[in-house]
Design a binder for this molecule. Structure first.
Ligand SMILES: [Zn+2]
Length: 356
């Protein structure tokens, strides 16, 4: 008999609204995650100052811990610290670093993890991936996806605008990542997961052509949902493929070659996505993405990120080596250093011709 349905792993509970933080204990009790609120809440010193009072009211039986850092060893140490207490769940309150740390520790302890995002800078809020420092670099580790996701719009608004904009760049890069996936199916005999690809693409399309931006609650809700759905898409695909292609390879190459000059992940992948879209010779998609990035004051080119053409040619050349198993437009074209330089020149001209 053929397989007629499949199980999709997704968070049990997603709460995106103003004041969501204040109902944390109720959510955990209602969803039978923790009836008595015996949970570990992990956050940074900065997060503690901003949110501890509210969280103490929301979850009076919780114990609070300061995040020890963002390395693989920090995550293991956190799990060791929490283990004897036999908590029902770990609640990670913060940005990507705290959430990724807690996802890894919760996976080691085999207990649920609740993701409470206090900024929208990246698509790791609901994803089954932890990015942790390891061996002098940053590694991606497969982990259990969060059991619940809480995004409080009031908390999000306390974060700098640049953090929110970075999240927009990360979501928009899905458009390019899915194109790379389609190319890999055509040219490299890879399999497409249609559901994961649709979710990743629709998340990005939900942000296109909107008149509003980060000042509006409606926009922040759309962005939050897009980040959560992107994470679930990665869970369904079992890989970061739906949200990561040449765009992310270029960003990883910046992190590796110029570690002291990195810009927020979402800004780098936004530029990577626009360059990859340019390489595909798809003028319509190029214009659409460029206008979307510009609307939210995100960088369009490497020059806006602070890299000259020569440096960017090194970055593009090194990009495929950052993910040797991933086939994208960069691997497909396999451009020589000279061709990369020519393409960068044409890319600069194409951006000037947009009249943004
Ligand atoms: Zn990303």
């Amino acid at each position: 008999m053929s397989l007629l349905k499949r199980m999709v792993e997704a968070p049990l509970y997603i709460d995106i609204r103003k004041g969501a933080l204040d109902d944390l204990a109720t959510v955990l009790a209602d969803q039978r995650v923790s009836s008595k609120g015996h949970i570990a809440v992990v956050m940074t010193e900065g997060g503690k100052k901003k949110f501890e009072e509210r969280l103490k009211k929301a979850a009076p039986n919780a114990e609070f811990y300061i995040s020890p850092g963002n390395s693989l060893n920090d995550a293991k140490a956190l799990a060791e610290t929490l283990k004897p207490k036999k908590f029902d769940a770990i609640v990670g309150v913060g940005g990507g670093r705290v959430i990724d740390l807690c996802k890894y520790a919760a996976t080691l302890l085999e207990i649920p993890m609740i993701s409470v995002a206090t900024n929208l800078a990246h698509d790791g809020v609901a994803s089954p991936v932890s990015i942790l420092e390891n061996n002098g670099g940053r590694g991606s580790f497969g982990v259990n996806a969060p059991l619940a996701v809480v995004i409080d719009l009031d908390a999000i608004k306390l974060a700098p605008d640049r953090f929110i904009k970075a999240g927009i760049g990360d979501v928009l890069s899905n458009l390019s990542a899915v194109k790379d996936w389609e190319l890999a199916v055509k040219e490299n005999n890879e399999k497409m997961d249609g559901l994961a690809a649709s979710m990743a693409r629709i998340s990005a399309e939900a942000l296109l052509g909107r008149a509003d931006s980060i000042g509006s609650d409606d926009f922040l809700i759309a962005l939050s949902e897009a980040l959560v759905l992107s994470g679930i898409a990665m869970g369904i695909a079992g890989t970061s493929r739906p949200c990561s292609g040449a765009c992310h390879e270029i960003s990883h190459a910046i992190d590796l070659l110029f570690p002291d000059r990195t810009q927020p992940h979402g800004e780098q992948v936004g530029v990577g996505a626009l360059f990859a879209t340019f390489l595909r010779n798809d003028e319509e998609k190029f214009t659409e993405l460029a206008f979307a990035l510009a609307q939210h004051q995100l960088p369009l080119s490497h020059r806006n990120l602070g890299f000259n053409d020569e440096e960017f040619s090194e970055i593009v050349k090194a990009a495929p080596t950052t993910r040797p198993d991933r086939f994208t437009i960069l691997e497909h074209l396999n451009l020589s250093q000279n061709r990369i330089k020519e393409k960068i020149k044409e890319f600069n001209d194409a951006i000037s011709n947009l009249k943004i």
